[in-house]
Design a protein around this ligand. Structure first.
Ligand code: ZN
Length: 312
């Protein structure tokens, strides 16, 4: 009991992890928060919490002084809706946020592979009854008649594709799109940011840009040289586009080893965020700060979750 009472008044900062501000019809990974709900989140945060930018958090951590109910907002991946749907609300509520960009997806005409996979299998479209896929010389087969079948195939293929090299994964995605007879071009509301949009997003006084690797890989399974190319490469590309320093990083899939942390430090970043659900306290390692994913919650549900994050 005593521990709990002490915990509730500890100085803590909760870092929230968003991906998209978008009204989705199918969202298996809960990446989308509707614009209405996002506005409600910001209104509540402005009223009852101290919202900090990530750079303010870096400074406060360095000084060993954190507020009692601090919150930092972040977005991962770099969807175009961060400009069109999130930026206007961040400005309306004067709330800072950092957007982490997968630099290799800037200007991409195709969707992030996880969205493309969702579109081919979970979209309510008539599909052939069977799916056969050859992945790196292995043949896989799934029935896809019922929606349960489709869900199962989706989850299995997600797991198979996640560790693949981009070139191998693109090959499988092309096979899948051909099999499903879908347009390989992205749905207009599933696009990553284009260069011009990224520049426009960064121009907002309430938005900072951070790096999120080049190709969104599982960094922990890669060689040191390849991790460096992903981590330092994303920083270089973003700095070249924006003409200003990019010194914050978020680990794709929250996946890292201690070697990854050293590479992030060596690449000149000041802070790096994982996806471990833990609040930031004085003395926290700035290269392993935890975050909490946010779902498409209304005001009350958001408030409840937020309270539970602070007690974590
Ligand atoms: Zn990501």
């Amino acid at each position: 009991m005593l521990r709990r009472a002490t915990a509730s008044i500890r100085s803590q900062v909760v870092i929230l992890m968003y991906h998209r501000v978008f009204e989705a019809s199918s969202d298996p990974w809960e990446l989308c928060v509707s614009p209405k709900h996002f506005g409600e989140h910001l209104e509540l945060l402005r009223r009852h919490y101290q919202v900090l930018s990530l750079h303010e958090l870096v400074r406060l951590l360095r000084d060993g002084q954190l507020p009692k109910r601090g919150v930092v907002l972040t977005f991962d991946d770099g969807y175009a809706d961060n400009l069109w749907n999130a930026r206007p609300l961040l400005e309306k509520y004067e709330t800072p946020a950092t957007v982490f960009i997968t630099s290799g997806s800037i200007d991409s005409p195709t969707e992030f592979w996880w969205d493309g996979l969702q579109r081919t299998l979970l979209h309510p479209k008539t599909l052939p009854k069977h799916l056969q896929l050859s992945v790196q010389d292995r043949l896989y087969e799934w029935p896809v008649t019922s929606s349960e079948d489709r869900q199962r195939a989706y989850a299995a293929i997600h797991q198979i594709l996640q560790p693949l090299k981009p070139s191998n994964r693109n090959q499988v995605m092309n096979d899948l799109l051909a099999w499903s007879e879908m347009d390989p071009m992205a749905r207009s509301d599933y696009l990553p940011l284009a260069t011009t949009e990224l520049i426009q997003l960064a121009q907002s006084e309430f938005v900072d840009i951070g790096a999120h690797s080049v190709t969104h890989p599982l960094l922990a399974g890669m060689s040191q040289a390849n991790q460096t190319a992903e981590i330092a490469g994303s920083r270089q590309k973003l700095e070249a586009i924006l003409g200003c320093p990019v010194d914050t990083f978020s680990y794709p899939w929250g996946n890292l080893t201690s070697e990854t942390v050293e590479i992030v430090k060596a690449a000149g970043f000041e802070i790096a965020l994982t996806s471990d659900g833990k609040a930031v306290e004085v003395g926290a390692n700035p290269f392993r700060l935890g975050r909490f994913g946010v779902g498409d919650w209304g005001r009350e549900k958001f408030k409840q979750h937020l309270n539970s994050f602070f007690l974590a």
